[in-house]
Design a binder for this molecule. Structure first.
Ligand code: TYM
Length: 334
């Protein structure tokens, strides 16, 4: 039987992924390449919505790809590519835009949050269309499962709605994708503001643990993480969000269940516990950073691998687009 298809994407909007990206998404991508027919893309078209300067975008796209490979994605076992290399993403996005209501797109909470940040009228149409482009990414590959963090749930609902609408209007064309979200790591929170999502656009870098950051900086940030009143190392999302976040991080990285960690650190106080969290983060990120640096030292080889990925992805995307063009009534082309 054919393996189920998986697709996911990550934006090259920062000089490093952070722990939320790693635990919420990338780590699942690595394990799913063993069990799924997997496609993973660096979504540079999405990154353009925040108008980066061209050199930043170019650099960050390579840095993103290098981190994916360094985290364990193997181009022999999955397809890693850059979104803009596969033109069908933009093409299908247009078709889907024509099926999307203004109100429907306007209801997306990430759009509302981001446009509020930019200011009333400063948000671009690209930001508005962001989730529709994401739907195109997913539907092009007839994707069964999409490994993401909790913040992408609403975008996946829109994707399913658009797939159903298209199938209903034009005939069965798209597979309906399901989100693949790991509850324990679906929302890693900011170390300084432990009720908010850890995010590239967070107000302070102190709250974010970057994959490519030196060990010293990582340790400092964990030791300074906001903890809660009391001294007990116990998971209690409501009253102890800071400690709970650190417990989840430790548990995800060490594979030790949270209750076992609670027992291990009973009576130890926050300091000892934070030291343990810092060490496990450093132990995870250091080899990853070193591998990413090596990959980035040979841009030609990295670009070669991405070109192979683009060819493989492009072949699958084109198969879907051939059908879509015909279904919607475009004339056969040259
Ligand atoms: P991006 O680059 O913002 O995030 C990449 C992935 O990281 C997850 N994530 C988190 N998970 C847990 N805790 C956090 N604090 C945290 N912060 C981020 C995100 O949920 C995401 O899975 N819109 C997508 C990019 C995209 C995409 C796609 C994803 C474009 N096309 C097609 C899947 C399928 C995004 O938010 O990327």
């Amino acid at each position: 039987m054919a393996r189920p298809r998986v697709l996911s994407g990550i934006q090259p909007t920062a000089d490093s992924f952070h722990l939320g990206n790693y635990l919420g998404a990338v780590r699942q991508w690595v394990s799913m390449q063993e069990t799924h027919d997997a496609f993973y893309c660096v979504v540079d078209l999405h990154a353009l919505t925040v108008q980066p300067n061209p050199d930043d975008l170019r650099r960050r796209s390579r840095v993103a790809a290098a981190q994916l490979l360094a985290a364990g994605l193997d181009p022999e076992r999955c397809t890693v590519f850059v979104q803009s290399h596969v033109r069908q993403h933009s093409e299908l996005a247009w078709v889907l835009m024509c099926l999307t209501g203004m109100g429907e797109a306007g209801r997306m909470t990430q759009f509302k949050d981001k446009s509020a940040k930019f200011g009333e009228n400063a948000a671009g149409v690209g930001l508005f269309n962001y989730p529709i482009l994401m739907a195109a990414d997913i539907l092009l590959y007839q994707t069964d499962q999409v490994p993401v963090g909790a913040d992408q749930k609403q975008h996946l609902e829109l994707t399913r709605d658009l797939a159903q609408r298209f199938n209903h209007r034009y005939g069965e064309t798209f597979t309906l994708p399901a989100p693949y979200i790991v509850k324990e790591v679906e929302k890693i929170t900011d170390l300084q503001e432990p009720t908010a999502k850890m995010s590239k656009s967070s107000s302070s870098p102190q709250g974010i643990l970057d994959v490519l950051e030196p060990a010293g900086a990582l340790r400092k940030k964990v030791m300074r993480a906001v903890t809660d009143t009391g001294t007990e190392v116990l998971a209690d999302a409501e009253n102890k969000p800071g400690v709970t976040n650190l417990l989840r991080i430790h548990s995800a990285l060490s594979g030790t269940p949270v209750p076992e960690l609670e027992a291990r650190f009973a009576g130890e106080g926050y300091g000892t516990f934070k030291k343990a969290v810092a060490e496990i983060v450093v132990d995870t990120f250091t080899p990853l950073r070193e591998r990413a640096e090596k990959l980035l030292a040979d841009e030609a080889e990295l670009d070669r691998l991405l070109a192979i990925g683009a060819r493989r992805a492009g072949a699958v995307a084109e198969e879907t687009m051939v059908r879509v063009r015909d279904r919607v009534g475009f004339l056969p082309g040259a």
